[in-house]
Design a protein around this ligand. Structure first.
Ligand SMILES: CC(C)(COP(=O)(O)OP(=O)(O)OC[C@H]1O[C@@H](n2cnc3c(N)ncnc32)[C@H](O)[C@@H]1OP(=O)(O)O)[C@@H](O)C(=O)NCCC(=O)NCCS
Length: 169
């Protein structure tokens, strides 16, 4: 299977809206309308996003950004610098879940993000019961670091990918 990251455009919004409403995404991403609204806004600097394509078909979305100092402090992550990059992902097409696409996309974003030498390491967050997400990050070279309180979303697992990570296939 060929997985590629392609630029996100306004024309993708109807598809993304469908994905956000799909029960398996809604369960993890929360309110579809709120998410769609934020995706309609122009991207501030320090934020990136891409559509995930598998064998030429659009199947998901990945976002990556520098967290703010405030967000990290509120979550009790005072030791994490705001120069890290945080990755959010969804495979919106239900039939495309569990086929290695999410971990490939995370790995691609990780390589792109770490090409910037000022980024010390990467982070991803998953609910403690979201084992598919934790496993997808692990396959892309992330390790479980700790649990933290992702206010107001509750306890989450912090996954970290250091520069010299090995992928766990
Ligand atoms: C999380 C997500 C992005 C992962 O993408 P994906 O393409 O399904 O991931 P992959 O197929 O690369 O890897 C998933 C791994 O989790 C494993 N897995 C799936 N469900 C699992 C479970 N309940 N318990 C343990 N492992 C599980 C799969 O077997 C696979 O591991 P393997 O290849 O070693 O068998 C995708 O499932 C998704 O979009 N889910 C809904 C939204 C979401 O949870 N986003 C992340 C929010 S933090």
């Amino acid at each position: 299977m060929t997985v590629r990251l392609v630029p996100f455009s306004e024309g993708d919004l109807p598809l993304v809206e469908q994905w956000l409403s799909a029960p398996h995404v809604r369960e993890r991403w929360g309110d579809p309308e709120e998410n769609l609204e934020s995706l309609c806004l122009a991207l501030p600097s320090g934020y990136w996003r891409a559509i995930i394509e598998a064998d030429g078909r659009k199947v998901g979305l990945v976002l990556w950004q520098h967290p703010t100092r405030e967000e990290l402090d509120v979550a009790g992550l005072a030791d994490i610098p705001a120069s890290v990059i945080d990755i959010d992902i969804m495979i919106g097409e239900r039939g495309a879940v569990g086929r290695g696409i999410g971990s490939s996309a995370i790995r691609m974003v990780a390589e792109q993000a770490l090409a910037d030498v000022s980024v010390p390491f990467l982070i991803g967050c998953a609910a403690p019961d979201n084992l598919a997400s934790q496993r997808a990050f692990a396959k892309a070279g992330f390790q479980r670091d700790r649990e933290f309180d992702d206010v107001p979303n509750g306890i989450h697992v912090l996954m970290v990918r250091h520069r010299q990570a090995e992928s766990k296939e």
